[in-house]
Design a protein around this ligand. Structure first.
Ligand SMILES: O=C(O)CCC(=O)C(=O)O
Length: 311
């Protein structure tokens, strides 16, 4: 039994490098076949430096951040195992993180992959982000494997029909540090977004509350290596997780998850008014698509406004 580990993705034919553009015919073919793409140099070096320097302020905070701490509208969080520290709602961390909401290196591609531009799914806007976080992962840490078509989740499903993608959840995983051998790269099983069967060894590698599982050694899985500034775009229905980090230091990635405008938040987080007030119209529509209307005129005097009720 051999596990295929891909060499550096910059050498792979499934790597694309044309920011600001839609999917090419080859991107479309390979995404349908494999369920993921890597966009090289998606984030330029100046933005990369500013994003990293903002993350430094969280990393160097004293006393150190622990699970559950809030820093303004951002909360530290883990997915349940020893998967590192997540900074949930990272799009709140200033204009550089807000810029990632509709960054031209991937925005057009994500629009096409979610496939809601020309149908009723765009009723509330072009897209919706249901989760966004930075993930900081140190030595010994990993996230176990999860998802895969065989799970049958509608929320994350892959569909291609009438020559269009209709992916319910597209993840953009942005590498803020180089991710090579030993760095705890994302692992995924190419094609598992369409595979009908659960992987026979899944239980050994699956994410489990309180356990430190990983994708290492999983037959058919590859480890995605990237340079800082590259991004991995994948449909959440693909079976994925990560390798265990063995190298010193932290792997830094940011993940934004996109779906159609009908979506709702994965976690009980809501964007702050401060964030909403400084976004562009397009960004605000993606972050907060569901506008309530007031109940006026009203036959019942002083009936409460939904705008004063819990969001
Ligand atoms: O941390 C990783 O590399 C994998 C991310 C992941 O599991 C996810 O986005 O669901």
């Amino acid at each position: 039994m051999t596990t295929v580990t891909s060499p550096k993705h910059t050498k792979q034919p499934d790597t694309i490098a044309h920011p600001n553009q839609r999917l090419s015919p080859m991107d479309r073919y390979l995404f349908d076949l494999r369920g993921y793409l890597v966009i090289e140099n998606a984030i330029d070096s100046e933005l990369l430096e500013r994003l990293n320097s903002k993350l430094d302020t969280f990393i160097n905070m004293q006393p150190p951040l622990t699970h559950g701490d809030w820093v303004g509208a951002i909360q530290t969080h883990t997915f349940g195992g020893d998967d590192g520290l997540n900074l949930q709602q990272i799009y709140e961390a200033g204009p550089d993180f807000a810029q990632l909401i509709d960054h031209p290196s991937w925005f057009g591609k994500v629009l096409e992959l979610v496939g809601s531009e020309h149908n009723f799914d765009n009723h509330h806007g072009p897209l919706f982000i249901d989760e966004n976080f930075a993930s900081l992962r140190g030595p010994g840490q990993a996230i176990g494997m999860h998802s895969g078509k065989a799970e049958g989740a509608i929320r994350t499903q892959y569909r291609y029909e009438h020559e269009q993608f209709h992916c319910a959840q597209i993840n953009v995983l942005m590498a803020l540090t180089d991710i090579g051998t030993g760095d705890g790269g994302t692992m995924l099983i190419p094609g598992s977004h369409k595979s009908n069967l659960k992987h026979p060894d899944m239980d050994k590698h699956a994410i489990k509350q309180g356990q430190n599982t990983s994708g290492d050694g999983l037959e058919g899985a590859i480890e995605v290596h990237m340079n800082a500034g590259d991004v991995l775009v994948f449909v959440d229905a693909i079976c994925h997780g990560s390798a265990r980090r063995v190298n010193e230091g932290l792997r830094r990635v940011v993940v934004y998850r996109y779906g159609p405008s009908w979506g709702f938040f994965r976690h009980p987080y809501r964007p702050s008014q401060e964030l909403l007030s400084r976004l562009t119209d397009q960004q605000r529509q993606i972050v907060w698509p569901h506008q309530a209307i007031d109940r006026i005129p009203n036959r019942i005097a002083d009936y409460p406004s939904p705008l004063q009720e819990i969001r």
